[in-house]
Design a protein around this ligand. Structure first.
Ligand code: SF4
Ligand code: SF4
Ligand code: SF4
Ligand code: F3S
Length: 333
């Protein structure tokens, strides 16, 4: 039987505009430096930015299983460590001081990674394309991790809906790792506990934006409480309905949303004329964000057109986000 979960008073909500993310990994590093520098956490990236289409991090996470089916939480796979990538080193010492010949190459030779697929992209030149997909725990309304933990070590905070692991209660069972379809809890073999994104709640409590949001170079991220009708997250998710969850079919009801990427039209060869088809196939975006993506693309394109014609568009102004305070509204201003 499903666990009885008290609905939080408020829900902290994140939106990432995939049209503005430049894949700089500043958010990844901000989170890493702040929260996962301890022993056993080396491989953990609570925040990661992967190339889409691609295998992601951990490799093949999209097919690991978990989430819900017919209302029941599912037991997915535990990703093997190799799917998180192998740490490699460069032998600078040998080349600089020991006279070794040849190019400095990473060792052991890496064979995959979260951005491995971007040199090629999807499709054929000149219509190959890719975009960056930043990922973190979705602080779900129906967290499969919480539902699966046999030790009741995971809870959703009443004050902000952030999902956290109570480390004193965690016994290292890893059902959370198996059941989260986004592969966002990470097991630490040295402490025998799992760790995950804590939504930067110590910062939220002080009225400071999460590190990944505050440091975003592309100004691609919005954060706020979804019941705040003045917040950009409310406008994007509820009012204009242009922000969509990743893989809604997993059934966990994420509170991290995305503005899907609008790429230009395909170029027809050999004369270089533009085709009516978009460069990123709609089917590819539907796989990630569901069928609603079609309507969202129409709205985004129409609103873009308004701006190009010199007309007003509140939606575009929200997405442009000229003032940080408008993107990270109360209480993070
Ligand atoms: Fe739990 Fe995964 Fe949802 Fe985060 S994304 S709340 S770890 S089910
Ligand atoms: Fe990391 Fe904080 Fe962002 Fe979570 S909210 S991914 S803990 S920086
Ligand atoms: Fe994208 Fe912002 Fe992260 Fe850079 S910091 S990778 S722009 S989300
Ligand atoms: Fe529970 Fe996950 Fe710990 S299943 S016991 S929170 S490792």
């Amino acid at each position: 039987m499903a666990k009885v979960m008290k609905a939080p008073k408020r829900q902290l909500t994140y939106v990432t505009d995939l049209n503005k993310c430049i894949g700089c990994q500043t958010c990844t590093v901000a989170c890493k430096n702040l929260w996962t520098t301890g022993p056993g956490q080396e491989y953990m990236y609570w925040r990661n930015v992967e190339t889409s289409p691609g295998l992601g991090y951990p490799r093949n996470w999209q097919t690991k299983g978990g989430g819900y089916k017919d209302g029941e939480v599912q037991v997915g796979k535990l990703p093997p460590m190799i799917d998180y990538g192998i740490p490699f080193e460069f032998d600078y010492n040998g080349r600089l001081f020991e006279g070794k010949k040849g190019r400095v190459r990473p060792s052991p030779t890496p064979r995959s990674g979260p951005n491995w697929d971007e040199d090629q992209g999807d499709g054929d030149y000149p219509n190959n394309s890719y975009f960056y997909l930043p990922r973190m725990c979705n602080h779900c309304t129906k967290p499969a991790c919480l539902e699966a933990c046999p030790n009741d070590a995971i809870y959703k905070r009443e004050e902000d809906g952030i999902v956290v692991i109570h480390l004193d209660k965690c016994k290292g069972t890893q059902a959370c790792v198996q059941s989260c379809p986004y592969a966002k809890p990470y097991f630490n073999p040295l402490t025998n506990k799992s760790n995950k994104c804590i939504g930067c709640f110590p910062r939220i409590e002080k009225g400071v934006a999460p590190a990944c949001v505050a440091q975003c170079v592309g100004r691609a991220m919005h954060v706020g409480f979804i019941d705040d009708t003045n917040s950009s997250v409310y406008k994007l998710v509820k009012q204009y309905k242009v922000a969509l969850p990743l893989h809604p079919e997993f059934g966990t009801e994420p509170n991290v949303f995305y503005i899907p990427p609008v790429l230009g039209p395909k170029m027809e060869l050999p004369d270089g004329t533009m085709s009516a088809d978009p460069k990123i196939p709609l089917a590819q975006l539907e796989e990630l964000f569901g069928k609603q993506v079609r309507d969202v693309m129409n709205i985004l394109q129409a609103e873009r057109m308004k701006k190009m014609e010199g007309k007003e568009s509140e939606l575009m102004d929200v997405l442009i986000g000229r003032r940080s305070a408008d993107m990270m509204i109360s209480p993070m201003t």
